[in-house]
Design a protein around this ligand. Structure first.
Ligand code: GDP
Length: 528
């Protein structure tokens, strides 16, 4: 197969949802279709119940053994599909945001009864900003939920999407009869038997046909006819280009648990979802079809097994071929590195690969060379953009609790920050170290990992900061900027790259500061 064919047959995507909407269940059914797993229950949920750290540790420990869950690859209709795992728990949202920099499209799962939930809103906002094509899957149609039209309205309003249904439910909950597939113009009747893995669909190319009445009864048939007619009036016609440009979002209905409506979703996904897309770097736009290899690190996974301290850096291949044992340039370090055992991931295993293509993810063993956002190339000096740090929401001083182990603590903190677990700041005033995180759960994770992986102990002290923002002065030599630095000296810190950060102790003080210093910009992400 040619290089171009290899690129064209790849679909790399993420499934995002609020916890419990059915992401894990849907992932599992997709893998069943791909023949990647043999039975239900094979995919481990990455769910953290009630925010317990012990759960997180257990999950991480299991994953340390089977990191394959971070990327699930399978083939379906000669298409190579890579699903990137995104944690649903809000404390790990940053991890999900970063993973979204490596996908070419997403499927958003929504619970028909709960509608649009908080996490969904946040994640879809990020997808919208990045113009990522979205397909929506409305799940749990076997349960009583919201009216389909109301829910489509809600999705448009809360998620700011322009939707168009490509399938439509016939009844719901107790009365759920099946779905009409607008995309393929056929009907799939619901039997409620989840063991079926091949669905029977019935061709209904003409909705007026009396066959429809025989199948689902006059009443349901007439309702369906009216509703499909209505959808045509209300929603724009599906257009693949519009979907790919993220201006139009097709919607499917189904029940993941019953493996119902999933085949329809997958078939349409394979037809319309984009193959690897060009990516912006600091110097130019890079096309996947270029010969020269480039890629970037979007995730670093620590090995939780203390006997193997190495980490796995996940690289998304943007352009060219990635080959085993070929030296590539680590742009930030300006150093060539070669990789003798790059891993490729499948549903239940990982294996060493010789060649990978754009859209693929390879896992590289790393002893501390990589941090999130690092770029690899064949020699060109370029850096991929779009993996910002987000303004943290929790802040604590970190102290060394074992003076004999200060080196280990230093190294541990350094590496955990490279992995993107949290952000380290140093106060300008006294050089004290402050850890900023998106979720409170991270503090326990850091403490646990410092102890178990680095043999270091830390304690925390509270610090009253409402928000940290990156400071950008129009003119660094201006009197205004000098005054700002003098007046706010107690609230200034540097991040790991040496960028100036302002710690606002309340929303109010942030607003006041913004108003007072008009030539200074305050940013909520590190990339501006
Ligand atoms: P996640 O947190 O988004 O990964 O959600 P899960 O896939 O773990 O599903 C959450 C719960 O919803 C589980 O108890 C599933 O069995 C259940 N569930 C998933 N899909 C369906 C569905 O189609 N119908 C019903 N009734 N329950 C479902």
């Amino acid at each position: 197969m040619s290089f171009i064919d290899e690129i064209n047959r790849r679909r790399t995507f993420g499934i995002v949802s609020h916890p419990d909407a059915g992401k894990t269940t849907l992932t599992e059914k997709l893998l069943l279709f791909g023949g990647a797993i043999q039975e239900a229950g094979a995919v481990k949920s990455n769910k953290i119940k009630k925010g317990a750290t012990s759960d997180f540790m257990e999950i991480e420990r299991q994953r340390g053994i089977s990191v394959a869950t971070s990327v699930l690859a399978f083939e379906y209709r000669d298409i190579k599909i890579n699903i990137l795992d995104t944690p649903g728990h809000k404390d790990f949202a940053e991890d999900t945001f970063r993973t979204l920099t490596a996908v070419d499209s997403v499927i958003v799962v929504i619970d028909v009864a709960k509608g649009v939930e908080e996490q969904t809103e946040k994640l879809v906002e990020v997808c919208r900003m990045r113009k990522i094509p979205i397909i929506v899957f409305i799940n749990k149609m076997d349960r009583e939920g919201k009216d389909a039209f109301d829910l489509l309205d809600e999705i448009e309003q809360k998620l700011h999407l322009t939707v168009t249904p490509l399938s439509f439910p016939i009844g719901m909950g107790y009365d759920f009869k099946g779905i009409y597939n607008i995309w393929e113009k056929n009907i799939n009747l619901f039997t409620g038997d989840p063991r079926r893995d091949i669905e029977e669909t019935i061709e209904i190319s003409n909705l007026e046909s009396p066959e429809l009445d025989n199948l689902i009864g006059d009443k349901a048939a007439n309702t369906l006819r009216e509703e499909i007619e209505l959808t045509k009036g209300v929603y724009p016609e599906f257009n693949e280009q519009q979907y790919k440009e993220a201006n139009l979002q097709p919607v499917f209905f189904g029940s993941a648990l019953n493996n119902f409506g999933v085949r329809e979703l997958l078939d349409c996904f394979v037809d319309i979802a984009p193959s690897p897309r060009p990516k912006e770097s600091d110097t130019r736009l890079v096309d996947p079809k270029e010969k020269g290899f480039t890629g970037f690190v979007f995730k670093i996974h620590a090995n939780m097994d203390p006997k193997h301290r190495d980490r796995l850096a996940f690289i998304k291949i943007v352009s060219g071929k990635f080959e085993r044992n070929v030296p590539y340039l680590h742009v930030r370090h300006n150093k060539k590195l070669r990789f003798s055992s790059p891993n490729a991931f499948f549903a239940e295993r990982k294996e060493i690969v010789d060649t990978s293509y754009p859209g693929d993810i390879v896992g590289l063993h790393d002893t501390g060379n990589f941090k999130i956002g690092d770029t690899l190339t064949e020699g060109e000096i370029l850096q991929y953009k779009g993996i910002p740090s987000f303004s943290p929401e929790h802040f604590r001083y970190i102290n060394n609790a074992d003076p004999m182990k200060s080196k280990q603590l230093e190294k541990g903190i350094d590496q955990l920050m490279d992995e993107g677990v949290a952000q380290l700041f140093k106060l300008e005033l006294n050089n004290r170290k402050v850890i900023g995180t998106v979720g409170a759960l991270q503090y326990e994770v850091i403490q646990y990992r410092l102890e178990h992986e680095y043999g270091a102990k830390c304690t925390y002290e509270p610090l009253n900061v409402h928000k940290a923002c990156w400071v950008e002065a129009e003119d660094e030599k201006s009197e205004e900027f000098k005054e700002f630095k003098r007046v706010k000296s107690k609230f200034l810190a540097k991040d790991k790259r040496g960028q100036l950060v302002f710690f606002a102790d309340s929303m109010f003080s942030l607003q006041m500061t913004q108003q007072k210093y008009k030539t200074i910009k305050f940013h909520f992400t590190s990339e501006f």
